[in-house]
Design a protein. Structure first.
Length: 41
């Protein structure tokens, strides 16, 4: 069934995106005030 294949692909894509997001969060946790990235002049 094509539907099952599409669902499996979507699930794999979501898991891959979640894993990337978790790794990025571990490498660089979100700062409450990113002054170095967005300076408010």
């Amino acid at each position: 069934m094509a539907d099952d294949g599409d669902r499996a692909a979507d699930l794999a894509e979501a898991q891959r995106a979640d894993a990337i997001a978790r790794i990025r969060a571990m490498v660089r946790p979100p700062a409450p005030k990113p002054a170095e990235e967005k300076p408010h002049a």
